[in-house]
Design a protein around this ligand. Structure first.
Ligand code: SF4
Length: 262
């Protein structure tokens, strides 16, 4: 591991990072912008004066995705408001995303009741069992995502070029082959690497949890504070299989590269 930068060098680097933080990410370009975002995410996670450091970090990443996707994603995308075939599957979230969503819905009694009820109905179901049961995501209201602005990265990453393929996959379960824009997959993978690297640098694994179980856990008293102190507030929540090795090694490489500068 390289030696940590001096305090003066780290300060200068943060100043140099500033312009990159409001720009789209340059997928496939040099890693300078990506490094700036990882450093920024680390600072957000470490800000213990913020009411919800996780919400600040995920809000930053979500805004970055909103700026980047229109620049990088091309092709005749089939996804439309009101098309919700993909919202009957098991959704995976990271812990910071669960806190972000929980903070967004916690004052909405109807939404909280719906997430608890869906959690009770779906707990322990596999991906296939949940699709077969055709139980909608607790955030789906009248075929529209009621948390669109704060939806998980897995949902942001779901994009189809063919609605018939979505129906075959999510409704009929007769196929598992949905054509997606390659540039969109690459963009969302970069977003996941940024989050994974920042989480690794603040010593948290990028575990994937089932959405409803994770949000119910994140809604409990002071869950985020307890999680930062090391308590496993997601104990018992269904964990989804971890990311493929090449993805994990991309996270490790980025974290090791940025580590001396944070
Ligand atoms: S969070 Fe929103 S976009 Fe994602 S599955 Fe649920 S309703 Fe659909």
């Amino acid at each position: 591991m390289s030696e940590r930068f001096s305090r003066a060098d780290r300060r200068a680097l943060l100043r140099d990072d500033e312009p990159y933080l409001s720009q789209p990410i340059n997928v496939g370009g040099d890693s300078r912008r990506a490094e700036a975002h990882v450093r920024h995410l680390v600072r957000l996670f470490q800000n213990d004066r913020a009411p919800s450091p996780c919400s600040d970090a995920i809000a930053h990443l979500s805004a970055l995705a909103e700026r980047t996707v229109p620049v990088t994603t091309s092709g005749p995308v089939a996804c439309r408001r009101g098309c919700s075939h993909c919202c009957y599957q098991r959704v995976t979230v990271t812990a910071p995303e669960a806190f972000y969503i929980a903070n967004h819905i916690r004052r909405d009694k109807e939404k909280v009741a719906r997430v608890i009820e869906t959690h009770q109905r779906t707990k322990g179901m596999s991906h296939e069992q949940r699709l077969a049961a055709h139980i909608p995501c607790s955030m789906l209201v009248d075929t529209v995502c009621s948390i669109h602005a704060v939806r998980p990265s897995g949902c942001r990453g779901t994009m189809s070029l063919d609605v018939e393929a979505c129906i075959a996959s999510y409704v009929n379960m007769s196929s598992n082959d949905i054509p997606m824009p390659l540039d969109h997959i690459q963009t969302m993978n970069v977003m996941r690497v940024l989050l994974g690297a920042a989480m690794a640098l603040v010593q948290f694994p990028m575990t994937g949890y089932e959405l409803e179980g994770a949000v119910v856990a994140a809604l409990t008293d002071n869950a985020e504070r307890r999680w930062f102190k090391g308590e496993d507030v997601f104990a018992g929540v269904d964990v989804d299989t971890s990311a493929p090795p090449n993805f994990l090694s991309a996270i490790t490489r980025m974290a090791q590269h940025v580590a001396p500068s944070v």
